[in-house]
Design a protein around this ligand. Structure first.
Ligand SMILES: Nc1ncnc2c1ncn2[C@@H]1O[C@H](COP(=O)(O)OP(=O)(O)O)[C@@H](O)[C@H]1O
Ligand SMILES: O=P(O)(O)OC[C@H]1O[C@](O)(COP(=O)(O)O)[C@@H](O)[C@@H]1O
Ligand SMILES: [Mg+2]
Length: 532
C-alpha cells in the first residue's frame, strides 16, 4: 500500500506528571480558565486517587458522604424485586474495580482502575425520597431517547421511584422552561424515534441558576446526557451542588456521535452512525460506477476525530480514499490527492472518497482567508470540506479536456445523526442508563458512566470532559484483493485510546493521595485543538 499526500505526522505533546502534597494549593477547573477558584471548586476538582499494591491505582469518583458523612443507608429495593432477587450475587462487590489497561507485560505495574458500575447492596436514597431530573444537551445522537426511556423505566421498575421529570431544551431549560413529567407510559415508545423528546441546545449554561433550580424543585438526582461540553458543565454543577452541601447526585451519561471521548470503549450512537453511513457510501459508489470517470464524495461527521469516516470506510470496502482530521493532506503536486485521483480513475474508471468534516480545515481556511467562528457552546464552526474538495477536484479536471469526470457529492451528516438507534445501540443505551441510576442510588456523584474494556465503570468528570481522542496515525493494511495500488487511504490503524490515557501513573500514588486535576491530564493528541 502506498501513502499519498500525507503530511508528516504531528508529534503529541508530552504529558506532564505532578504529585502534590495534600495541603498544597492546587489549580482547579476555574483556575484553568483564569478565574479565581472557590474552595469548593478546589476540593471538588481534586482527583480521588487510592493507591494499592504493586502500582494499583483506583481513580475514584466522589460520593455524597465525602461532604455529608452522616447520611443513612437503606437496603437496595432490588433485593425484593422478583426479577432480580433470584439472581445470585446480583450486587456488585463494593471493592470491584475495572482496569483501564488490559494489555500488560509481566513487568507492568497494575495501573489505573475505575470503580465498577452496578447495583449496591445498600443505597443512599429511599424510593419515595427521590426526585430525579433528566436533561439532554449538545448535538443529536442516535440513542438519546433510549437512554431517557431506560432511565425513567429503570427508576420506576427497579427502584420504585415515581418522581422523574425531563428538563426541556438542554441546560437553559433548567431555568427557562417548565419540567416535563416522565413516566414509563409516556416514554414507552420513544426509543423508536430519532432525536430527543426533551429537546437539546448549545450554549446557555448558567451554573448558579441551574443549581438554584435543582434546589428549588428538590431534585436530588440529576442525569445529564451529553458530550464533552456537557460533561464540563456537569462538572461545575457538581462543584456547586457540593459547595451548597446538597444531597444531590450529579450523573453524566457520555454522548457524542464522533466517538472521541477518552478512556471509554465507545459512545452510544456510533454503531448506528457507521451503519447508516453505509447507505450514503453505497449510493456514492453506484453513482460513481455508472459514469465515465465517476467520483463519489461522501462527507461524514467527525469534528476532531475521524472515527465514523474510518469505520464506515473499513466496513464498506468500496472506498478508495478516506480523509480524516488526524491526517493532514495536500492536493497539488507529486504524491498529492489530485494525482492519486487521476491515477485511480485511469486504473479503475471510478472512485469513492470519504471525508470527515474536520479534515483539511487548515487547508480550506488558508485558501479562503477564513476567520474562526464559534457556535453558542464555543465549539469551532467548521468549513464545508466536502463542497470545497468537490470544487477543487472539478477545477482540476476542467483543465484537462481529455479527462472528463462526473462527480457527485453526498452530505448525509444530519440524516445519519437524526436516525433512531439500531439494535446494538439500544442494548448499549439500556445498560448505560441502568449503570447510571445504580450509581446515583448508591450515593456516587460527579461521575460519568461508560464501558471500559467491556465492563461498565464510574469515571470522574475530568476524564469524560476531554481532551478528545483521535485515531493514531499509521497505516491500515486492508488486504484489498486488487493489490496495493488499488487501495490507498490516508488513515489507519487502531484506536489507541487505552494507551493514550497514560495508565502508567499508578506507581507514584500512595494510599488516599489526592492529586491536582490538570497535572495528569494528557494533552489533546496530535495537532487537534482542544475545544473551548
Ligand atoms: N466549559 C464549559 N462549562 C460549562 N458548560 C459548558 C462548557 N462547555 C460547554 N458547556 C455547555 O454544555 C452544553 C453542550 O455543549 P456542546 O459543546 O454544545 O455539546 P456537547 O456536550 O455534545 O459537546 C451547552 O449547553 C454548553 O453551554
Ligand atoms: O450543527 P451542530 O448541531 O452544531 O453539530 C455539528 C457537530 O456536532 C457533532 O455531531 C458532534 O457534536 P457533539 O459535540 O455535541 O457530540 C459533530 O460531529 C458536528 O461537527
Ligand atoms: Mg462536543
Amino acid at each position: 500500500m502506498e501513502a499519498v499526500g500525507v503530511a508528516p505526522a504531528p508529534v503529541a505533546a508530552a504529558v506532564k506528571k505532578k504529585l502534590l502534597d495534600l495541603k498544597d494549593p492546587f489549580p482547579t477547573a476555574a483556575a484553568e480558565n483564569g478565574a479565581k477558584a472557590s474552595p469548593a471548586g478546589k476540593w471538588a476538582m481534586k482527583k480521588k486517587l487510592v493507591g494499592g499494591d504493586a502500582g494499583y491505582v483506583l481513580e475514584d469518583v466522589p460520593h455524597l458522604t465525602d461532604y455529608l458523612p452522616e447520611l443513612p443507608t437503606f437496603p437496595n429495593p432490588l433485593q425484593d424485586n422478583p426479577a432480580y432477587s433470584v439472581v445470585k450475587q446480583y450486587f456488585v462487590n463494593p471493592d470491584d474495580t475495572v482496569t483501564q489497561k488490559i494489555v500488560v507485560h509481566k513487568t507492568s505495574a497494575r495501573g489505573t482502575h475505575f470503580r465498577r458500575a452496578g447495583p449496591r447492596q445498600r443505597v443512599y436514597f429511599q424510593s419515595d425520597e427521590v426526585n430525579a431530573a433528566i436533561v439532554t444537551c449538545g448535538g443529536l445522537c442516535p440513542g438519546l431517547n433510549t437512554v431517557v426511556r431506560e432511565l425513567v423505566c429503570g427508576l420506576y421498575d427497579m427502584y420504585g421511584v415515581t418522581s422523574v421529570v425531563g428538563i426541556e431544551g438542554g441546560y437553559k431549560g433548567f431555568y427557562s422552561k417548565n419540567t416535563i413529567p416522565l413516566t414509563p407510559k409516556s416514554v414507552n415508545d420513544i426509543h423508536k424515534r430519532g432525536g430527543t423528546i426533551l429537546g437539546t441546545s448549545r450554549g446557555g449554561h448558567d451554573t448558579a441558576k441551574i443549581v438554584d433550580c435543582l434546589q428549588d424543585r428538590g431534585i436530588n438526582q440529576v442525569y445529564i446526557i451529553g458530550g464533552d461540553g456537557t460533561q464540563k458543565g456537569a462538572s461545575v454543577i457538581y462543584e456547586e451542588v457540593r459547595r451548597r452541601g446538597l444531597k444531590c447526585s450529579v450523573v453524566g451519561v457520555p454522548k457524542t456521535i464522533d466517538n472521541d471521548i477518552a478512556v471509554i470503549d465507545k459512545s452510544f450512537g456510533f454503531d448506528t452512525a457507521v451503519e447508516e453511513a453505509q447507505r450514503a457510501i453505497n449510493a456514492a459508489h453506484v453513482e460513481a460506477e455508472s459514469a465515465e470517470n465517476g467520483i463519489g464524495v461522501v462527507k461524514l461527521m467527525g469534528r476532531n476525530s475521524g472515527f465514523i469516516a474510518m469505520y464506515a470506510t473499513l466496513a464498506s470496502r468500496d472506498v478508495d480514499c478516506c480523509l480524516i482530521p488526524e491526517s493532514p493532506f495536500y492536493l497539488e503536486g507529486k504524491g498529492g490527492l489530485l494525482e492519486f485521483i487521476e491515477r485511480r480513475l485511469k486504473d479503475n474508471g471510478h472512485m469513492v472518497i470519504v471525508v470527515a468534516e474536520g479534515a483539511g480545515q487548515d487547508l480550506i481556511a488558508k485558501s479562503m482567508n477564513f476567520v474562526d467562528t464559534q457556535d453558542a457552546s464555543g465549539n469551532k464552526l467548521l468549513l464545508d470540506v466536502g463542497l470545497w474538495l468537490s470544487q477543487k477536484i472539478k477545477d482540476h479536471f476542467k483543465k484537462k479536456p481529455n479527462f472528463p469526470i462526473t462527480l457527485k457529492y453526498i452530505d448525509p451528516t444530519y440524516m445519519i445523526r437524526a436516525v433512531k438507534s439500531n439494535a446494538s445501540d439500544n442494548v448499549y443505551c439500556t445498560l448505560l442508563a441502568h449503570s447510571a441510576l445504580h450509581g446515583a442510588m448508591a450515593g456516587y456523584t460527579g461521575f460519568t458512566v461508560a464501558p471500559v474494556n467491556g465492563r461498565h465503570a464510574y469515571i470522574p468528570f475530568y476524564v469524560s470532559r476531554g481532551p478528545y481522542v483521535q485515531i493514531e496515525p499509521g497505516y491500515c493494511n486492508t488486504n484489498c484483493p486488487g493489490g496495493s495500488e488499488t487501495w490507498t487511504i490516508f488513515v489507519f490503524a487502531e484506536d489507541h485510546r487505552e494507551a493514550e490515557q497514560g495508565g502508567d501513573h499508578g506507581p507514584d500514588v500512595g494510599e488516599g493521595a489526592v492529586l491536582d486535576e490538570p497535572a495528569l491530564l494528557p494533552e489533546p493528541r496530535g495537532r487537534g485543538e482542544h475545544e473551548a
